[in-house]
Structures are given as C-alpha cells and as structure tokens.
Design a protein around this ligand. Structure first.
Ligand code: URA
Length: 297
C-alpha cells in the first residue's frame, strides 16, 4: 500500500503509523524489492577493479600512478604496497555419497579412542568445523560403565573444547551427583563434534557425517550402558523417529554387530533449564539408570 502525505493531513498520517505499529510492523521497506546480492557483487567487482595494478605499457610511464613531487620515481605508495595476501576462504562443500563414505572409512580406521579423536581433528568433511573454534570430543572416564551422549556443543563447549562445559553441563553434574556419579565415573560426548553456528539444530547431512564417528566411539568405549540426551542421539543412533518426549524413560537397545547395549533416552539438561517442571521426569530416568547399573562391580 502506498501513502501520500500530500493528500492527507498529519493527523491521518500519524493514525496510519500507529495502526502499523499496533499491527506489529517494525520496519519500513521500499515499494520494490532490492537485490542486495547483486549490489554486493557489484561492490566487490568495483573494489577488485580499484585494486588491480594497470598493465605496464611500452615506452613512457603511461598507466603508472603519478608520483608526488620530491618522491623518487617508481617508488610511489601504490607501487610499493605489496598485494594483499589472498584471504583463506574455507571450502564449504555440499556433502555427497563420497563424503559420507570418507566419514565412515575414516571413523572405522581408528583403533583406539585417541586415534578416533585424532581422526576427527584431521577430518574436514563436515562444514561445521569451519565455523567452530574447537573439535569437542569427550570428557570424563572412558573406562566408566556409563557413556552419556548429548547433541552438539554449545558456545561454552566450543570455547573450551570440552563437552557439557556450560550451564547444561553444570546441571548434568548435579544430576550425576544425585545418583552417586561424576566425571570420573561417567564418560561424556556428543553426536556432533562441532558447534552449529548460533546453536541451530544440526542438519541431517551434518548428523550423517558425524554419525560414523559417534558409532565408532561407542564401539571403542564399549560401555555397559548408554544415556542419550535429547532427540539428536535418539534419532541418529537408535533410529527412533518418535520425539524424545514419547520415548524417554523406556530402555531401548543399541544394536550393532557384536554389541547390544541398553540405552536410556532422556531429556536434555539444556531442555530442563528451560522447562524445570520436567526435571522430575529426568530424575525418574536417572533412577532407572542407577537401578539397572546396580552397585559398582
Ligand atoms: N548440549 C549438548 O548436547 N552437548 C554439550 O556438550 C553441551 C550442550
């Protein structure tokens, strides 16, 4: 809708603006869409053209940037300044079948937990790595009977390179203490090893690229029991398509050749921070885990 202030008085204009504000309009846009991508491409083209050194022409100094009076010829500022080094642009890739195969081959070639961590540090097939500060691998005791698998690192985990290092991790520590465990008697990791920008949910491709590493991790740790927090490990590792709220609290089985491990899917501590009323459900799940584990051997 267009509005001409010439045709209306100030009162009508104010009433219209108030109407827009009440309707939730916060930003005024132009009547026609502007292609900002084309604009920035044009800007980049102009900058590049301005940086380009004109080709030397035979005879005379045609094409050279004139030097200032008193300045040695051929030593003007533009000529002296070295070309800026090329900016390293990360190679973002759309994963294809070969990338998934590479992830599987790389993960299965690791024969120890240390080798798996080193393989992940080298692996560059997942675009999340380009925006993350750290590869977040594991924390706790790999000899523990209980292996806990979360979703993906958040800001604190990305900064410190340790899973469950932030507020959700502090709540997790209190939850573990309530059943007599801590990070010396539990082993913690995530399905995703790099922080998704802005903590957005990982995409199916990212999950698919990280899954072989998470599976190999479980295979190498061989815990007595698994505790999955949230939808990501539950859907990725036991192919349970129902939401976590409908499967939590019921033991499932993680089945792979040579492995059959009981899994408790439960609510993520980060979810409990937002919905504290559901802590009682998580508490029931933890008690079931503790009861099934029984006293330490
Ligand atoms: N959320 C997770 O799932 N994992 C972490 O390590 C931190 C927050």
């Amino acid at each position: 809708m267009s509005f001409s202030t010439e045709q209306s008085d100030a009162g009508a204009f104010e009433a219209l603006m108030l109407f827009y504000a009440d309707a939730g309009v916060e930003t005024l846009l132009e009547a026609h869409p502007v292609d900002r991508f084309a604009e920035s491409q044009e800007e980049a083209r102009k900058r590049q053209a301005a940086r380009a050194v004109p080709p030397k022409q035979a005879g005379g100094n045609a094409g050279q940037v004139p030097h200032r009076a008193g300045q040695e010829p051929g030593r003007n500022r533009t000529e002296q300044r070295p070309a800026p080094p090329p900016v390293a642009v990360p190679q973002m890739t759309v994963p294809d079948a070969a990338a998934f195969e590479d992830a599987r081959a790389t993960a299965s070639a690791a024969n120890t937990i240390e080798e798996l961590q080193a393989a992940l540090e080298r692996f560059s097939g997942c675009n999340l790595k380009h925006s993350a500060r750290n590869t977040v691998f594991a924390d706790g005791n790999p000899e523990a009977r209980l292996m806990i698998i979360g979703e993906a690192p958040d800001r604190d985990e990305d900064l410190q390179g340790t899973p469950f290092a932030g507020r959700a991790g502090q709540l997790l520590d209190r939850m573990l203490a309530a059943i007599g465990l801590d990070r010396t008697s539990a082993y913690l990791t995530n399905v995703i090893f790099w922080r998704p920008p802005g903590n957005r949910p990982p995409t199916p491709h990212e999950i698919e690229l990280c899954r072989p590493f998470a599976e190999r991790h479980i295979e190498l740790v061989k815990p007595e029991m698994l505790l999955f927090f949230g939808n990501v490990p539950t859907k990725a590792l036991i192919a349970n398509e129902r939401g976590i709220l409908s499967v939590r609290g019921k033991f499932q089985t993680y089945e792979r050749p040579g492995l059959s491990i009981p899994v408790m899917p439960s609510l993520h501590p980060a979810h409990l921070l937002k919905s504290p009323a559901q802590k009682k459900l998580a508490w029931a799940d933890l008690l079931a885990v503790s009861e099934k584990l029984g006293p330490a051997a």
